[in-house]
Write a protein that binds this ligand. Structure first.
Ligand SMILES: NC(=O)c1ccc[n+]([C@@H]2O[C@H](COP(=O)([O-])OP(=O)(O)OC[C@H]3O[C@@H](n4cnc5c(N)ncnc54)[C@H](O)[C@@H]3O)[C@@H](O)[C@H]2O)c1
Length: 253
């Protein structure tokens, strides 16, 4: 077990990659705070963890809200005594939209969940990790933040911002033994994919179009991303900080 005795918090853990990360971390021995704004989905992840004889606890939070983020971290420390691994995975997508049609509300929501939430989580987690003698932060970004796709303008910008915020935090927090890295998935088989394709478009055709742009010829699975996050969370990556691990089948080349 790679995470025995560790305490992890995973946001957006009620679905897709967050669920896979939470379940894998629990199988590897971590106690996991399962954070989501959707309680039914979050509870489902806790049930999966418990069925596999792991330990998990659901915490309801909207990661774009300061009080919720402070609360999710405080609740974790109250329940499990510490916080070793923070995974900022929750994110919101957009459908293909010409820039002149992107509303300011959509811009603000995407930036709030995909970028501001990382700042908020770091703000509240850092003092705890520093006091413990170290910690690990993993941000789930996107290959769209490295190699943008047309029409996903603001989403791509948010993920590019999250990648740079990762590097900025890595250099700032290295002296505190806090490692900060990101994982950049390519298009991944989760409920979010339909949104990127465009809800008015043919899903199967859109999926094939995405696959045709991936040199290794397939979408990512939530498990691909969970395994990358596990590496970054493990002691095998103890000298790794500030990287953006592209799990993208070569899409970023
Ligand atoms: N699916 C893809 O193709 C893809 C590709 C690259 C990167 N990503 C990124 O991967 C991450 C996970 O995406 P996924 O595909 O697993 O998505 P998903 O839609 O399957 O799951 C996202 C989860 O996050 C939760 N969530 C959304 N906003 C939240 C908020 N403000 N507070 C708390 N919880 C919130 C949702 O309730 C949901 O359970 C996201 O950051 C996404 O941007 C996705």
């Amino acid at each position: 077990m790679k995470l025995k005795g560790k305490v992890a918090l995973v946001t957006g853990a009620g679905s897709g990659m967050g669920q896979a990360i939470a379940a894998l971390f629990a199988r590897e021995g971590a106690k996991v705070s399962v954070v989501d704004m959707d309680a039914a989905r979050g509870q489902q992840t806790v049930s999966l963890i418990e069925q596999a004889k792991g330990q998990g606890k659901f915490i309801s939070a909207d990661v774009s809200k300061s009080a919720d983020v402070e609360g999710m971290i405080k609740t974790t420390v109250a329940a499990y005594g510490r916080l070793d691994i923070l995974v900022n995975n929750a994110g919101v997508p957009m459908g293909p939209t010409p820039i002149e049609e992107v509303s300011e509300d959509l811009y603000e929501r995407i930036m709030a969940v995909n970028v501001k939430a990382i700042y908020l989580a770091a703000k509240y987690a850092t003092p705890i990790m520093r006091q413990q003698g170290g910690g690990i932060i993993i941000n789930v970004t996107s290959i769209a933040g490295v190699r943008p796709r047309p029409g996903l303008n603001v989403y791509c910008a948010s993920k590019g911002g999250a990648i740079v915020l990762t590097r900025a935090l890595a250099i700032e927090l290295a002296a505190d033994n806090i490692r900060v890295n990101s994982v950049s998935p390519v298009a991944t088989d989760t409920p979010m994919l339909a949104k990127f394709i465009g809800e008015d478009k043919d899903y199967e055709k859109g999926r094939e179009k995405f696959i045709s742009t991936i040199p290794l010829g397939r979408l990512a699975t939530p498990e691909d991303i969970a395994q990358a996050a596990l590496y970054l969370a493990s002691s095998e990556a103890s000298l790794v900080t500030g990287i953006n691990l592209e799990v993208d089948g070569g899409r970023g080349i």
